[in-house]
Design a binder for this molecule. Structure first.
Ligand code: C5P
Length: 416
């Protein structure tokens, strides 16, 4: 039996602390929860108290009777202090030695082993400040369990998820058989918790080395006459973000861009085009490619354009349209079809059904379906479903850069 002082920080992962308490109790351990003000926005003291069968401490001023249960005593009555989930803020305060609430005061006062399980947004986790703070904690002998990688509640993808409570318990109290009701567990030695993963993920900049990735982005402009044209509202941001992420992962990237005012991402070879016909020709010329990601909002029709400027005096013109080449469908049937062919589908309704049909019709491997019922076109966020032969996976709203990172990770996995 171990006595765990469990500090529950703020964040959506706080709900997993409740499950962790349940499992720890079932295995015969004692848990004393301490809930931060942030944590209390996600779980209630009442639910933690019921599961822990212990009072829950939320503020320094809960400890009315200093003689009976002061913060020093509370911090030392445990065998182990577990901070789960630990927010970026809590980690930063621990690193700086700030003690401005009960949780941070206990952490400064304890003489017991401390295990920190961070959970936060991927960018916050990867931020140099957070990484420096984590490194500082580790240097001081605090055990930090690396977060899991995956889709996150905030809609992004990457490392930052709280590991499953059973996995956390298995690491800190390895004798605990999760859910079995085993008793008599002893505290794990702390050092082995940092053992590197069996197969570390490829480092950024290497994973797509030697691959050629073709990306189309932006709108096409279809001329009506020498001065007028038909366009659409595609900003090119999503395609440019994908090209940037592919280049960062080490790929040779050819970006075929319709008319957009965006800087060329580092390490990307950009070819500017205007019309769908030009885009189709540029794609053809860029083959072969290992992966093609066709993000461009290609105009479905071109206008049979007038060689001379249409005159107002001639009255409202009757425009004649002709179909544009479907670049994605063409690549789907091409002898040099890229091994992984990915299309995008902007939909306002029946997003998954329409995009799934498009995947089959165009012989694409994946379709990234974006719900454009909001302000996706031109905006900085995207709400996508990834449709593969295995079905549709919904990704919550994220920035276009995060969608790009997610897609590139999936591509790396697929090519591996
Ligand atoms: O049929 P729809 O335009 O919705 O299909 C969208 C997908 O097909 C996107 O990947 C887009 O880049 C691609 N596309 C294309 N050529 C077209 C029309 C769309 O490559 N003429």
């Amino acid at each position: 039996m171990s006595r765990i002082l469990l500090i529950v920080g703020g964040g959506i992962a706080a709900y997993k602390a409740a499950e962790l308490i349940r499992l720890a109790r079932k295995a015969g351990h004692m848990v004393t929860p301490v809930l931060t003000a942030g944590g209390a926005h996600f779980v209630t003291p009442m639910s933690l108290a019921a599961l822990a069968e212990s009072p829950v401490y939320t503020s320094l001023w809960d400890l009315k009777d200093e003689a009976e249960m002061g913060h020093i005593q509370l911090s030392r009555a445990a065998d182990l202090v577990l901070v789960c989930p630990a927010t970026a803020d809590l980690v930063a305060k621990m690193a700086a030695g700030i003690a401005d609430d009960l949780a941070t005061t206990l952490l400064l006062a304890t003489d017991k082993p401390v295990v920190v399980v961070p959970a936060m947004n991927v960018r916050m986790w990867q931020h140099a400040a957070t990484q420096a703070n984590i490194a500082a904690l580790r240097t001081r002998g605090i055990t930090v369990i690396d977060p899991d990688e995956g889709p996150m509640a905030c809609g992004e993808y990457g490392p930052g998820r709280l590991p499953e409570p059973a996995a956390i318990l298995a690491q800190i109290l390895p004798d605990t058989e999760s859910g079995s009701g085993a008793v008599g567990a002893t505290l794990a030695p702390l050092a082995p918790l940092h053992q590197p993963a069996a197969s570390p993920p490829p480092r950024s900049g290497e994973a797509l080395k030697g691959r050629h990735i073709l990306v189309t982005a932006g709108p096409t402009h279809e001329p009506i006459d020498p001065v007028r044209m038909i366009a659409n509202r595609s900003s090119g941001k999503q395609g440019f973000a994908i090209a940037a992420a592919a280049a960062q992962a080490g790929a040779r990237v050819t970006l075929i861009a319709g008319p957009v005012a965006l800087p060329t991402p580092g390490g990307v070879a950009r070819i500017d085009v205007e019309t769908a016909d030009q885009m189709a020709a540029a794609v053809e010329a860029a083959l072969p490619a290992d992966v093609a990601i066709l993000v461009a909002a290609v105009a479905d029709w071109k206008v049979v354009a007038s060689a001379r400027k249409l005159k107002k005096a001639d009255g409202a013109p009757r425009l004649e349209f002709a179909a544009n080449p479907d670049i994605l469908a063409t690549l789907g049937q091409h002898p040099d079809r890229p091994r992984l062919l990915i299309g995008f589908a902007a939909e306002t309704d029946n997003v998954v059904a329409n995009a799934s049909a498009k995947r089959l019709a165009k012989n694409a491997d994946w379709i990234v379906a974006n719900d454009v019922s909001g302000d996706v076109m031109g905006g900085d966020h995207n709400r996508v479903h990834l449709i593969t032969a295995a079905g549709a996976k919904e990704c919550p709203e994220a920035t276009k850069e995060e969608v790009a990172q997610y897609l590139i990770r999936r591509i790396i996995e697929d090519l591996a």
